[in-house]
Design a protein around this ligand. Structure first.
Ligand SMILES: NC(=O)c1ccc[n+]([C@@H]2O[C@H](COP(=O)([O-])OP(=O)(O)OC[C@H]3O[C@@H](n4cnc5c(N)ncnc54)[C@H](OP(=O)(O)O)[C@@H]3O)[C@@H](O)[C@H]2O)c1
Length: 245
């Protein structure tokens, strides 16, 4: 049975991804920075018949919590097959380039960029023990520099001086990570779930969590010939889903 860890999975896109992967028969560690919240969600899921899901405390900004989570997975599974770095924050709004404070930008980078790096590096030794390790870093269309500089892009006017750059940086890091792991059976990609109705945007997004999660899963559960170092977006309207960087 394949084992997956999803960060920020106690609600919204992460939770739906956990449900769909459990339904597919994977063992899911449902990451939650607040263990009580995660355990309450898992209790409900068990009552609804979802199997093989366990809450695990993991805060992407706290190295000791990441270390503790890694030790639990190591002890219980001895390896990790799939890491989905889903936890993310928008940060304080408005986010103008002219006035957003560096502290506000740093706060967003702590979770969306440095947090992903901390979690990834901590779990790499366990991922290397898998026959087909996968790392999916959840990005945003707002991280695409190409789209952001195109006045015809439908979200051209949605600018954010902290959130967008944090996802662009995540994209850049992922390219380097995929490159370094290219001779191993890893597939390492960034996946944009698309503009989705969640707490993140006061449920203003047109997409559903079901569509977001199934898109993430489609580009995570790939075979040995699958792509690595690629950027997929649920908002790209062609069958490849490949987004420009
Ligand atoms: N919704 C969209 O339209 C959209 C579009 C593109 C990309 N995304 C990306 O998709 C991912 C999920 O978004 P969402 O809409 O599901 O967001 P959400 O509704 O705000 O949920 C975010 C999740 O991340 C967790 N989280 C936040 N900071 C954390 C930290 N330091 N450590 C661990 N967990 C943390 C939250 O935990 P708590 O419950 O404890 O706060 C929550 O479980 C994010 O990376 C986001 O950037 C979303």
């Amino acid at each position: 049975m394949q084992t997956v860890l999803i960060t920020g999975a106690n609600r919204s896109i992460g939770l739906e991804t956990a449900k769909q992967l459990s339904a597919k028969g994977l063992f899911v560690y449902l990451g939650s920075r607040d263990l009580e919240k995660g355990e309450a969600v898992v209790k409900e899921l068990h009552e609804k018949g979802f199997q093989n899901i366990k809450a695990i405390e993991i805060d992407a900004t706290k190295p000791e919590s990441i270390e503790q989570a890694r030790n639990i997975v190591e002890k219980e599974q001895g390896k990790l097959d799939i890491l989905i770095n889903n936890a993310g924050i928008l940060g304080v709004n408005p986010q103008t380039a002219t006035e957003t404070s560096v502290n506000n930008i740093k706060e967003v980078f702590e979770t969306n960029f440095f947090g992903v790096i901390n979690v990834t590096q901590a779990f790499l030794p366990l991922l290397k023990k898998s026959d087909s390790p996968r790392i999916s870093n959840i990005t945003s269309g707002l991280g695409s520099l190409t789209l952001h500089s195109d006045p015809d892009w439908k979200y051209y006017h949605v600018k954010s001086a902290a959130y967008g750059p944090s996802k662009s940086a995540l994209n850049a890091y992922t390219i380097v990570l995929a490159y370094e792991l290219r001779d191993l059976p890893f597939k390492v990609n960034v996946i944009d779930p698309g503009y989705t109705a969640t707490d993140f945007n006061a449920h203003s997004g047109p997409g559903s969590v079901e569509s977001a999660a199934s898109f993430i899963i489609k580009h995570t559960l790939t075979d040995e010939n699958g792509p690595t170092g690629q950027y997929f977006s649920n908002d790209i309207e062609d069958e490849t889903g490949i987004s420009p960087w």
